[in-house]
Design a protein around this ligand. Structure first.
Ligand code: GLC
Ligand code: CA
Length: 567
């Protein structure tokens, strides 16, 4: 099998917010096609499209009503074919978002499951009676803060939804459901796609008897993750999908797997290729959560470097040689990394911390994913009030935490949302300094970050010191230096507990990379020996050189350096 994705870099587009081509304020496929040269210039290999299918957009396309039709807001199948053709001609592969844990409640299958309860479609979903005492089938909450059960008034039964009530969960136990999904995937493969990003794929197998879960004090519902993540038959299903679709065409497949452990990832992403080619793990995204578990990720603190390092080290060494991982800071569900783990308070710190964080991630082993605008150092949005939020998850969380559970004050919760809302990622792409950042000539569906006037692609492409040009260099290093792809990871000796500097090496038989990163805004000195034949191949400061003071390195604020030594 050709493991082409091992030295590839992926770029994620959120179609609604990337580029509008017809002035209706909504990004679309022709808009994406018109920006492919920009992506080529950046140097990426794969374009992941967040869902572009027909959808009522309750969860911005992650609620699909027809898997084989394009959302008319985004264009037509012809527009899609044209995008694929042009991307391929530029050497860019296409990754589709596969959302098959659930459909939209407007999908034909679900509509029939409700209107014809005796039809075969009823068993495409998970319906249950209330308990004898009238209680809900179990105590699960959904991941958006509500109850996981929605009543079907006509029959009195309840159906399961791990996300919004408009996103009913599919019943993977039903072989016909699985067959239809594989057929649909093969239909896209025949249309030219090169792989799939699989939405919450480790949640497809529910424990058979749907038992109650444990609740945190103060919580109304149990977090269903403890029961549905990595469920009893998930590996069986993925092996079946692998045989029926994935292994037939050397497809790339990245499973979004919340709550996945290293141990589980060794199975999902095993190098023998019997399941997926890689996973998205979430552990490093949970290092800045609220100290009160009932508030989950809603918080405004920053992750400690020691936590990030020990987490990366665990995954780098745990999977080495046995499974393959993805690398990411950002996606459409995460706040902007420079605002989250870096410092966007001044132009200088924004550029330096964005490039330092990019170096930290891109020099690790795995397939890096860049989220639209990350390569410009796009920041969080300056949110100050509830009415500015759009995302169903953020709005539900506010309602639940502030109004129902009274776990946070309105002011504290707005601060947490401003830091952590998914909306931070969904503001339009900042192309230039013209009105609406060049995203649309109409009224954008969602507000443009006012800092587009100076943070935008046009400006970044002109500036040799921009975050954009730095990402270009990181991508190019991956394409040209074998140790970036294949080198064994090790911490620099003595670096284990350093709260300010992260230093690691990547070593093959013939070369060694040394990566040194200052996680702080202060100048620091460290005992790090750089060999006399080491070459500085990348740095985010001008004028860095190998001159050293007896093995000591002086690191400027948020400095990142990468040295390469031929062994
Ligand atoms: C995944 C998606 C997220 C969506 C959810 C339900 O986590 O990334 O955007 O809301 O699944 O489909
Ligand atoms: Ca449009």
């Amino acid at each position: 099998m050709d493991k082409w994705w091992r030295n590839a870099v992926v770029y994620q587009v959120y179609p609604r917010s990337f580029q509008d081509s017809n002035g209706d304020g909504i990004g679309d496929l022709p808009g994406i096609t018109s920006r492919l040269e920009y992506l080529k210039e950046l140097g990426i290999d794969v374009l992941w499209l967040s869902p572009i299918y027909e959808s009522p957009q309750v969860d911005n396309g992650y609620d699909i009503s027809d898997y084989q039709a394009i959302n008319p807001d985004y264009g037509t199948l012809d527009d899609f074919d044209h995008l694929v053709e042009k991307a391929h001609s530029l050497g860019i592969k296409i990754l589709m978002d596969l959302v098959v844990n659930h459909t939209s409640d407007q999908h034909e299958w679900f509509k029939k499951a409700i209107s014809e309860p005796t039809s075969k479609y009823r068993d495409y979903y998970i319906f249950r009676d209330a308990q004898e005492n009238g209680d809900l089938p179990n105590n699960w909450g959904d991941f958006f803060g509500g109850c996981a059960w929605q009543k079907d008034e006509a029959s009195g039964q309840y159906y399961l939804h791990l996300y919004a009530p408009q996103q009913p969960d599919l019943n993977w136990e039903n072989p016909q459901v699985r067959r239809s999904i594989y057929d649909m995937m093969n239909w896209w493969v025949a249309r030219g796609v090169d792989g799939f990003r699989m939405d919450v794929i480790n949640e497809i197998s529910k424990p058979h008897d749907l038992p109650n879960g444990k609740k945190n004090p103060g919580e109304k519902y149990a977090d269903p993750g403890q029961l549905v993540n990595n469920g009893p038959r998930v590996h069986e299903y993925l092996q079946e999908m692998n045989q029926n679709v994935l292994s037939r065409a050397s497809l790339m497949s990245v499973g979004e797997t919340p709550g996945v452990t290293c141990q589980e990832a060794l199975r999902y992403a095993n190098v023998d290729g019997t399941e997926l080619t890689m996973v998205f793990e979430f552990e490093h995204m949970a290092l800045d959560g609220n100290p009160n578990p009932a508030l989950g990720r809603w918080y405004d603190g920053k992750a400690k470097l020691s936590d990030l390092r020990s987490n990366f080290t665990k995954w780098q060494t745990g999977l080495a040689g046995k499974a393959w991982n993805s690398l990411y800071w950002n996606n459409h569900d995460q706040p902007r990394v420079v605002s989250r783990f870096g410092d966007d308070s001044s132009e200088e710190t924004r550029v330096k911390s964005a490039t330092m964080l990019a170096t930290m991630l891109h020099m690790l082993q795995g397939t890096p994913f860049i989220y639209e605008g990350e390569e410009l150092g796009m920041t969080n949005m300056p949110f100050t009030e509830l009415s500015q939020f759009e995302d169903i998850d953020s709005l539900n969380a506010y309602h639940l935490i502030v109004e129902e559970e009274k776990l946070a004050s309105p002011e504290a919760m707005i601060t947490y949302l401003a830091h952590h809302s998914r909306d931070n990622a969904r503001t339009p792409m900042q192309w230039d300094s013209s009105t609406n950042a060049g995203f649309t000539t109409g009224t954008p569906w969602y507000g443009v970050n006012p800092n587009y006037v100076h943070i935008n692609a046009e400006q970044a492409m002109k500036d040799p010191h921009s975050v954009f040009h730095y990402y270009q260099k990181l991508i190019s290093l991956r394409h040209h230096v074998d140790a970036v792809v294949n080198g064994a990871y090790a911490l620099y000796p003595g670096n284990e507990n350093d709260e300010q500097v992260y230093a690691y090496t990547r070593t093959t038989a013939s070369e060694q990379l040394l990566v040194v990163l200052n996680y702080t805004g202060k100048e620091l000195q460290r005992d790090i020996t750089v060999g006399s034949n080491a070459k500085l191949v990348l740095s985010n400061y001008d004028g860095d050189n190998l001159e050293q003071n007896q093995g000591e390195i002086v690191l400027k604020p948020y400095e990142a350096r990468v040295y390469l030594t031929q062994l």
